[in-house]
Design a protein around this ligand. Structure first.
Ligand code: TRH
Length: 368
């Protein structure tokens, strides 16, 4: 019998929690044959990402994944053999108690947020015993280095064609409420090069509307100087993924679109999820350090300056000309980086292998 798996996802905000959990659920089902239930406390983002998911249904099956609304009180169910809590969400206490009562305790995995910091490989796979119950939780850290859990990547994902940089520069824009945005739009509009920018639905589109001083509904086109803007509707996740390799440069954010930009193998700019006490700046630097390896110094400096400015440290308009000039040098770096990332193995594959190799705590105690 194929392994059963419960994935728990509590949506904190935005789309990333649901986006990552959905990809993992589908991959474990489709590529590994696992019987997956995805428990999610808010189905609205899922329904946006995957048309066909009905946000109102308590229980449904899509792409082979059983999707359940995670609500209180939690129903009485037999826990799965492998239990994944996404992003340290807290499992229902009754479910944890039921896990401890299983004849063979489930493998319990805490899927952490993605980070490029160098402590990640050392913490990946560590176990934390439950204080009272015969259960251990294992930390699974996605990452960019061998020894980490790697990045989510579907098996059938095609390697995109190389960029051409012919015609106007095409850019996709997906970001948070970024104070640097108006300055960048000003610089693009005042520039000598035609630039076409596809603006993602939601916050980016609303902020561009503010900058335009005019309504900017999905489907609208606007021109200011050298800059043409197109307001996109919200597109399904699969279409979002493929749209990235149609652009010369992608602005992405958070966790999931950040990873997709890397598989699109185009130059990209990351707005990291802002955290309290500015801890995200350290995480941004950790990624920049890794990603800049192998770049010539001029290109590395242009990239670093622009990414820092986009994340609130520097002047984005001042940093743009050097970054623009570096794009042709950055272009071949995308495929090289993606090759390096593929060599770590994909996250779902690594997780499936590691989960099936873990003894349950009860078994481990019996052999000691
Ligand atoms: O939505 P996000 O800001 O999610 C964030 C991050 O995951 C962050 O790390 C986490 O702490 C926070 O959530 C709670 O950005 P992210 O991760 O890029 O997720 C966006 C998803 O939306 C991604 O799966 C791509 C998808 N998307 C579409 O499917 N269609 C679209 O039109 C757009 C713009 C995005």
């Amino acid at each position: 019998m194929n392994p059963s798996c419960d994935i728990f996802c509590a949506v904190v905000d935005n789309l990333g929690d649901a986006g990552v959990s959905w990809r993992l659920a589908r991959q474990l089902t489709v590529e590994h044959g696992w019987r997956v239930r995805l428990w999610i406390d808010d189905t609205a983002p899922l329904a946006l990402l995957r048309p066909g998911i009905d946000q109102a249904l308590e229980r449904q099956s899509v792409d082979g994944v059983e999707i359940r609304i995670w609500s209180a009180p939690f129903p009485v169910v037999t826990p799965a053999q492998i239990v994944i809590e996404a992003f340290a969400c807290e499992l229902p206490p009754a479910y944890v108690a039921a896990m401890a009562e299983q004849p063979r305790q489930p493998v319990w995995i805490n899927l952490e947020y993605l980070s490029a910091e160098d402590w990640v490989a050392g913490c990946h796979g560590l176990a934390s015993p439950h204080p009272r119950l015969p259960l251990s939780k294992h930390f699974f850290f996605p990452g960019f280095a061998s020894g980490t859990g790697g990045l989510i990547r579907e098996r059938n994902l095609a390697v995109p064609p190389a960029p051409t940089f012919s015609g106007p520069l095409t850019v996709s824009l997906f970001c948070y409420d970024n104070p640097a945005l108006p300055g960048l739009l000003d610089a693009w509009a005042a520039g000598s090069e035609p630039l076409e920018c596809c603006v993602a639905d939601g916050l980016p589109r609303r902020r561009v509307a503010n900058w335009l001083g005019a309504p900017f509904p999905a489907g609208a086109l606007a021109e200011r100087g050298a800059l043409s803007l197109r307001a996109l509707p919200f597109v399904p996740q699969a279409n979002y993924d493929s749209s990235l390799s149609a652009c010369d440069l992608n602005f992405v954010r958070g966790e999931d679109s950040f990873v997709r930009a890397q598989w699109a193998e185009r130059p990209f700019v990351w707005q990291i999820y802002p955290q309290a006490d500015d801890v995200h700046h350290g995480k941004l630097e950790a990624f920049l350090n890794l990603y800049s390896e192998g770049l010539d110094e001029t290109t590395a400096v242009a990239l670093t300056d622009f990414w820092r400015a986009w994340n609130g440290k520097g002047d984005v308009a001042a940093a743009w000309p050097a970054f623009r000039a570096a794009l042709p040098a950055l272009a071949p770096h995308g495929p090289a980086w993606a090759r390096q990332m593929r060599s770590i193995g994909d996250l779902a594959g690594n997780l499936a292998r590691e989960a099936l190799n873990k003894p349950s705590r009860k078994d481990a105690m019996a052999t000691n």
